[in-house]
Design a protein around this ligand. Structure first.
Ligand SMILES: *Cc1c(COP(=O)(O)O)cnc(C)c1O
Length: 415
């Protein structure tokens, strides 16, 4: 029986099981599309920074030669001006369940949260002066709305989130009401990977007469969403995590088609204006989602994410999600057979339908263990207070790699 195995016997059995899972993995061939990193035994942090694709070396080279150098300033008219919306549409169709014309690639997630929250507050009817947020949302989300609350005098209604299960529909129902302008939550918790019930929570926000905004940083590229079907009003997400856009790649913003004409974001730059080259005196926002832009978009930094989008499109987001569930499920098997007996706790949901693309393992020495793993070429990340976050980017991670990494973790914890 599993639980009676010695750790060594259990790890041997799990190693066999990992090989079998890799052999049967329909997406296994995609791993060869990513560059190898010498000295790295297991990369378990693709949810913080995705690995580079081999194709990206060529596409950056091609961009420098064929677009930047060959076209120079003409590149803007010919291709680059339309790229923020074109890449946004592609993200929308491949990953978000959203029709074209509602998604744009722009600033960082933090800046887009600021712009969208300000736009939502400005669009809310008089008397709606509260934002519902949760205490365990990612720091930047909380800091940005705290800053906006100071700036505008709106009130924050905090949900005290359960750290393992994330914000629940009943939590939102308890605080949303006639004064709520906006509810802002993360779809997948950065800490535990708990998936929030997007449909139910969005419906509750709407029943209260509020707008709903989702942060998709830990969803985009790993957990599919149905933004249009759920009537979501706003969303933002990162592209350097599961979209492998590279460090600092710009984020995307989604605004529901029916709202775009009614919202105005606060940073009135020329690139979000109706006609940037009119060089007029007054600002008139662009008619479409392009109004979310402010200054010159980061075209160069939008190239790598397109290589990953092509891969995700080819693999299909549902197949990617299926592999993701199998990878996190393997971590759970390893936990049950080995790590639970070595002082670890499971700080992620056990139910696969409620679990995103990482697994957080609690341990009193999590910080020290993470540092020791890094020295051995096993790279997860540490998250306060005492979690080792095992991130599993589905297209670039093998079961054998996960098994090797966790075996080293077990070895360290056994000492
Ligand atoms: C990674 C992450 C961010 C990052 O925001 P940046 O502006 O790109 O630094 C924001 N929100 C969540 C939930 C994240 O996971």
């Amino acid at each position: 029986m599993t639980n009676l195995d010695s750790p060594t016997a259990a790890i041997a059995r799990l190693t066999d099981s990992a090989s079998a899972l890799d052999a049967a993995d329909p997406l296994a061939a995609y791993r060869a599309e990513f560059l190898d990193t010498p000295g790295v035994v297991a990369y378990l942090d693709g949810n913080s920074l995705g690995r580079p694709l081999r194709a990206t070396r060529c596409s950056l080279d091609r961009f420098v030669e064929d677009e930047w150098s060959a076209r120079l300033i003409r590149g803007w008219d010919e291709r680059w001006m339309s790229q923020p919306c074109a890449v946004g549409d592609r993200i929308a169709s491949v990953l978000l369940g959203a029709a074209p014309g509602q998604t744009v690639v722009g600033d960082s997630t933090s800046v887009l949260i600021y712009k969208l929250v300000r736009a939502a507050i400005a669009a809310a009817p008089a008397g709606r002066d509260e934002i519902v947020v949760d205490t365990d949302n990612f720091p930047t989300d909380r800091f940005i709305v705290q800053g906006i609350a100071d700036e505008l005098g709106v009130t924050l209604r905090w949900i005290e989130t359960d750290l393992l299960h994330g914000p629940q529909p009943r939590d939102v129902a308890a605080v949303a009401g006639p004064r709520t302008a906006l509810v802002l939550l993360s779809h997948v918790s950065y800490r535990s990977a708990a998936i929030a019930d997007m449909g139910a929570i969005t419906a509750i926000a709407h029943e209260a007469g509020a707008l709903m905004m989702w942060d998709l940083c830990h969803s985009a590229g790993a957990v599919p969403t149905e933004l249009d079907a759920h009537g979501v009003d706003f969303a933002v997400g990162c592209t350097y995590k599961f979209l492998n856009g590279g460090p600092g790649a710009p984020a995307f913003a989604y605004v529901r088609a029916g709202l775009i004409g009614d919202i105005e974001q606060p940073v009135h730059g020329w690139m979000g204006a109706a006609d940037p080259f009119e060089m007029g005196f007054a600002y008139t926002p662009a008619a479409g989602i392009g109004r979310m832009l402010s200054g010159t978009p980061a075209i160069l930094a939008m190239q790598p994410m397109q290589d990953m989008l092509a891969l995700l499109e080819r693999a299909g987001i549902q197949a990617v999600r299926d592999k993701s569930i199998a990878l996190t499920g393997f971590v759970l098997d390893f936990y049950d057979a080995v790590l639970e007996h070595l002082g670890f706790r499971l700080d992620s949901p056990r139910d696969a339908t409620l679990r995103g693309a990482h697994v957080t393992l609690g341990h009193d020495q999590a910080r020290e263990l993470t540092a020791a793993l890094w020295k051995q070429g096993v790279i997860p990340d540490f998250r306060t207070p005492n979690g080792i976050r095992v991130g599993l980017s589905p297209l670039s991670t093998s079961f054998a790699e996960v098994c090797a990494g966790l075996a080293r973790l077990a070895g360290l914890a056994e000492r």
